[in-house]
Design a protein around this ligand. Structure first.
Ligand code: TZP
Ligand code: MG
Length: 223
């Protein structure tokens, strides 16, 4: 499936500012140029997660943007999502691949070249490289990847069609240098940026998304 990973929004209702609903924030972000959405709601129970996923699917469909579900294969299947995102300690990729229909994509979080190689061997469609910068959105127990190491990790994707995004502390202020810094010796680079708080915590998610999207578009146009 050839999705556009340019601006990958990861949801988190806990980051929303007062007075703006989840649906409003999401819709504004999509109007601002988000190209793919992952529902990641760590504080929701199964019933709530399902409801959020359904509501997100309705809005994503309106904007013709693909929907990815964090972790939960059952919820992805229940709402007819386009993909599932797995962490290194979630359901193993090979098992998820067997459970999911062939048209449902799988993404996996990676922080080393070894993890990337395993993800490729296991049939991942895309990888999320991170955590790049310090973030207060997630408790991070491993050392930060840092922007300078993205290229080296990405090099493990050479000669594959597997796509990549960077995640963790990505803001409009570091977007351009993160993207340019990711270019490998063979010319590969990130396909996009994954963001939570820079969009979701904003009172103006449309503008926040547009700023990030403009950075990615500028990067892609220059290559
Ligand atoms: N995985 C690695 S860092 C992170 C996730 C889900 C959180 C990213 O949030 P933010 O607010 O964009 O730093
Ligand atoms: Mg997970």
């Amino acid at each position: 499936m050839d999705f556009d990973y340019s601006l990958y929004l990861v949801t988190n209702r806990d980051c929303l500012p007062d007075g703006i609903t989840y649906e409003e924030s999401l819709e504004q972000a999509l109007k601002g140029g988000v190209t793919i959405v992952q529902v990641r709601e760590k504080s929701a129970d199964t019933g709530e997660f399902l409801e959020i996923a359904r509501a997100t699917k309705r809005i994503c469909d309106k904007y013709n943007v693909p929907l990815i579900i964090d972790d939960r294969i059952d919820i992805a299947l229940a709402v007819g999502a386009d993909g599932v995102h797995l962490g290194q300690t979630d359901m193993p990729l090979e098992v998820a691949r067997k459970l999911l229909p062939a048209n449902v994509i799988i993404g996996i979080s990676c922080r080393t070249s070894e993890e990337v190689k395993r993800a490729v061997a296991g049939g991942a469609d895309y990888i999320g490289i991170g955590t790049i910068y310090a973030t207060s959105t997630k408790v991070v127990k491993t050392p930060l990847v840092g922007p300078r190491n993205i290229g080296e990790i990405l090099a493990a994707l050479d000669d594959t069609s597997v796509k990549s995004v960077a995640i963790g502390g990505i803001k409009s202020t570091n977007a351009v240098r993160t993207l340019f810094g990711s270019i490998t010796a063979s010319g590969k680079s990130l396909d996009g940026l994954a963001v939570i708080s820079d969009i979701v915590a904003s009172r103006e998610p449309l503008i926040a998304a547009k700023r990030l999207k403009d950075s990615v578009s500028h990067f892609k146009a220059s290559r």
